[in-house]
Design a binder for this molecule. Structure first.
Ligand code: COA
Length: 374
């Protein structure tokens, strides 16, 4: 066996998957063989969630049953709701999401059952309840009354309703839905690999998703959409964007929302999300962030040949929709739960304990000298 170290597992194929693949020949990220941008154009998020979890797009009847189940599972226990009200208001909502899923694991009657049927039922419960828990915290930390979910609203409509007490116009809801579709799955990224690693010891789905949320929080992964907004707020005005980005590059700063481990000449999800970002900016009559977006992107490509990733357009889109900046990555969570769950089920179905080796660089063998002789 070669001792060559592949830091960050760069270029290493560690397992097989049927869930998703980047297909360079069609320049697309595909879920179960379907291009993500095609799914954005023709499906709502619930259809894509069904596809990722079940392997096929649903028939009308299957979709109705899936939506009914998703809506039925939305209710949180009184304990979880009370806990959410008690969480420190300054806590990061990603930590709240992680804690909420962990508490769901304490309460779920099937936590220890890792059979594929129980895993699917648990995945559905986590999928339905996590947005409700996050929206409850969104309200509670502002001292506002928690808004319960409504069964007559879609996944996306209901999230707006629970956060803001109203559902925006259908184009804004569609833009949100599209962002969820684009965030739903992305093969062996770090949070998914974390979920699969946890699962590989035959641990359970609540533990695996809790770990995945912790992994997604980092700014090199999901946390980038939040960082993009901080960057745009620092830039403040389109007139300052050119100077700001050039100075940042001169300083050799890492620019959030740019670059990708897999895509080296552009993230295939960006054009779709950029289009919906533009639509939302038009509806909100606020073009400032679009102008900053275009200037920073142009300089990044010209000077570094580094293209934006999907977090670049989602950040300002969520801002224009009215979400607090620290809620951008939690929105990523409510979507990616589908991808993580599919991978956790795949790992359980054909498991091999994930246990790599390390090249040891520490001290040579030495004898322990007792405390009074040291
Ligand atoms: N800003 C500035 N330079 C960047 C960059 C960025 N966003 N992304 C990559 N680079 C540069 C690196 O500095 C490196 O330059 P060097 O060869 O002169 O050292 C080169 O491009 C290769 O980057 P590297 O970090 O080795 O690529 P990677 O595949 O390990 O990393 C990311 C990919 C995503 C971690 C990296 O692009 C990044 O940190 N991006 C910002 C965070 C982000 O948006 N994350 C969301 C990903 S979906």
């Amino acid at each position: 066996m070669s001792d060559e170290i592949k830091k960050g597992l760069l270029g290493i194929v560690v397992d097989e998957t049927e869930v998703s693949k980047v297909m360079p020949e069609i320049n697309s990220l595909t879920y179960r063989g379907y291009a993500a941008q095609d799914l954005c154009a023709k499906c709502k998020f619930e259809e894509v969630a069904y596809l990722i979890l079940n392997g096929e797009l649903p028939s009308k009847k299957q979709l109705t049953a899936f939506e009914k189940m998703e809506r039925k599972n939305r209710k949180l226990s009184k304990t979880l709701l009370d806990d959410l009200k008690k969480i420190p208001k300054k806590a990061h909502p990603m930590d709240v999401a992680r804690t909420a899923v962990s508490i769901m694991g304490l309460e779920d009657k099937e936590t220890r059952d890792n059979s594929s049927k129980a895993n699917m039922r648990k995945a559905m419960r986590i999928f339905s309840k996590t947005p409700v828990a996050l929206a409850a915290f969104y309200r509670a930390r502002k001292g506002k009354k928690i808004i319960p979910p409504k069964k007559n609203l879609s996944f996306s409509e209901n999230f707006f309703h629970m956060c803001f007490g109203k559902v925006p116009n259908k184009d804004i809801v569609k833009a949100f839905d599209v962002s969820l579709i684009l965030y739903a799955e992305h093969s062996f990224n770090v949070s998914t690999f974390t979920a699969r690693t946890i699962t590989s010891s035959l641990s359970d789905i609540h533990g695996a998703i809790t770990g995945a949320i912790a992994s997604l929080k980092g700014p090199l992964h999901g946390g980038a959409n939040e960082e993009v907004m901080h960057m745009m707020n620092k830039i403040k005005k389109p007139e300052k964007a050119h100077k700001w980005i050039n100075k940042a590059l001169d300083n050799k700063d890492v620019i959030m929302g740019f670059g990708h481990r897999v895509y080296k000449s552009g993230d295939s999800r960006v054009p779709t999300m950029r289009e919906y970002f533009g639509k939302v900016a038009k509806i909100k009559k606020d073009k400032k962030f679009e102008r900053i977006y275009d200037i920073v992107e142009k300089v990044m490509i010209e000077r570094k040949n580094i293209h934006p990733n999907v977090d670049y357009p989602t950040g300002p889109t969520y801002h224009l929709m009215g979400f607090d900046t620290d809620f951008f990555t939690p929105i990523f969570v409510i979507s990616r739960i589908t991808g993580w769950s599919a991978h956790i089920m795949e790992q359980h179905a054909a498991n091999k304990l994930i246990r790599p080796l390390a090249s040891y660089k520490g001290s040579k063998y030495r004898k322990v000298v007792q405390l009074n002789q040291r």
